[in-house]
Design a protein around this ligand. Structure first.
Ligand SMILES: Cc1cc2nc3c(=O)[nH]c(=O)nc-3n(C[C@H](O)[C@H](O)[C@H](O)COP(=O)(O)OP(=O)(O)OC[C@H]3O[C@@H](n4cnc5c(N)ncnc54)[C@H](O)[C@@H]3O)c2cc1C
Length: 390
């Protein structure tokens, strides 16, 4: 480990590996610090991505990343009604462990020095500007200087807060998740399932993502403010007992996803924040793999340019939030409003919606037509929606 780098990236998830790779690819000397023993482990994810999303951020999608191809989805209402969706989009359930490893390896190939068991415990601050990190690596504490630090430290992020950015997530916007990977899954392996119900997953939804080879990720996210006395684990147990009694459980994870608008400030003097740490997951779905990679790429390129220009002040780093908002980030606010709308519905609303959507021919049954149906068939929803969308 050198005493100084141009850029230090904190966190070896998809956002951090992309940021590091693109900064190094444009000539910066870059170190990436990951606190865990291995990049990508433990996997706290249902591992779903769309083909279009992934293809937008990687040149080639290697087959070893893909556990299962997905060609369709079914929405389930509280009454038990099933609403198959029309989609011409393909998706994948990834092998996230392999995927995260490969993204880190691509960064290494671009020249990034990667260190695992390297826990960043603080920032070096000089006159209000981030100038490096304090890192515990293999039992030794070091101070490593940097012209720029990129905080990609995920949902548990503290680095951006240390640099003075406002990073608080309202409890209602934090999705608390629990997931089990089950064996012996006998459903259609190419079909995703989503369950919407206040009583089964308040402020969120349940999912079944088939992982191929008879496995499936079965999980849920609930709003941290809506669960009451019951934990996500309790809700998951109830779901498993009802739909998969006696299923073999191959693994369990829990975790959280901030599902709010992107942070107001994504850069401070000497620091940028990306991925879950910057609240860049889609607030409606909680999907943050691709959005984090998009942001990571922009932040990495911005970092390299800033280093080349010999500047790392907040003004110079504005290229990153500007480019984020001009692209993927520009949709965040709309998805956030949709989130509030969808998760404000009660079980009767979901059932009424399912009934009206089932009248739409399946080939016309898209997310947009469902939203339209929600507004047209239930005037009280229309009122709610008007409040939310204006
Ligand atoms: C149950 C669950 C299911 C999900 N399902 C999906 C899905 O199907 N599709 C999807 O797109 N998204 C999904 N997500 C969200 C997705 O996992 C995240 O959005 C994505 O991993 C964010 O990437 P990231 O690089 O920002 O953060 P992470 O992948 O969380 O990486 C952050 C890294 O930083 C490291 N780190 C943290 N602090 C420090 C420190 N101080 N020093 C050094 N290293 C540190 C962590 O160990 C971690 O490796 C799911 C999340 C959960 C919890």
């Amino acid at each position: 480990m050198k005493p100084a780098y141009d850029v230090i990236v904190i966190g070896g998830g998809p956002a951090g590996s992309m940021a590091a790779r693109y900064a190094a690819g444009r000539g910066a000397s870059v170190a990436l610090f990951e606190k865990d023993r291995e990049v990508g482990v433990p996997v706290r994810c249902a591992e779903g991505v769309s083909h279009a999303g992934l293809a937008a951020v990687v040149e080639n999608i290697p087959s070893r990343w893909i556990a299962q191809k997905i060609t369709g989805a079914v929405l389930h209402a509280p009454s038990g009604a099933e609403v198959p969706l029309h989609t011409d989009q393909i998706g994948y359930i990834l092998h996230r462990k392999i995927f995260d490893y490969d993204l880190a390896q691509m960064a290494a190939a671009a020249g990034v020095a990667i260190f695992t068991r390297a826990h960043v415990t603080g920032l070096i601050m000089e006159q209000g500007r981030t100038a490096g990190v304090v890192v515990d690596h293999l039992g030794e504490r070091r101070r490593i200087e940097a012209r720029l630090v990129i905080a990609a430290d995920g949902v548990e992020s503290r680095a951006a807060r240390w640099a003075g950015l406002a990073t608080r997530t309202a409890l209602a916007d934090m999705e608390s998740c629990a997931q089990a990977t089950i064996g012996g899954y006998q459903g259609d392996p190419e079909m995703l399932h989503f369950y919407f119900s206040r009583s089964m997953a308040p402020g969120g939804y349940l999912w079944i993502f088939p992982k191929g080879n008879g496995m499936a990720n079965v999980g849920l996210g609930i709003s941290a403010s809506a669960g009451g006395e019951r934990s996500p684990h309790d809700y998951l147990e109830a779901f498993l007992a009802r739909f998969f009694p006696g299923a073999s459980i191959l693994g369990r994870v829990c975790g959280g996803v901030p599902c709010s608008n992107t942070l107001k400030e994504l850069a401070a003097d000497g620091l940028m924040v990306v991925g879950d740490a910057a609240h860049q997951a889609n607030p409606l779905t909680g999907g943050g793999i691709v959005t984090g990679m998009i942001a990571g790429r922009i932040a990495g390129e911005t970092a390299a340019e800033a280093v080349a220009a010999g500047r790392s002040d907040r003004e110079t780093l504005r290229r990153y939030p500007k480019a984020w908002l001009a692209g993927e980030g520009g949709k965040q606010a709309q998805f956030y409003r949709l989130r509030k709308f969808v998760f404000s519905l009660g079980d009767e609303d979901y059932d009424a919606l399912a009934r009206s959507v089932l009248r739409i021919p399946v080939e016309k049954r898209t997310i947009l037509s469902i939203m339209k149906s929600a507004l047209l068939h239930k005037p009280s929803l229309l009122l709610d929606a008007v409040k939310l969308f204006t």
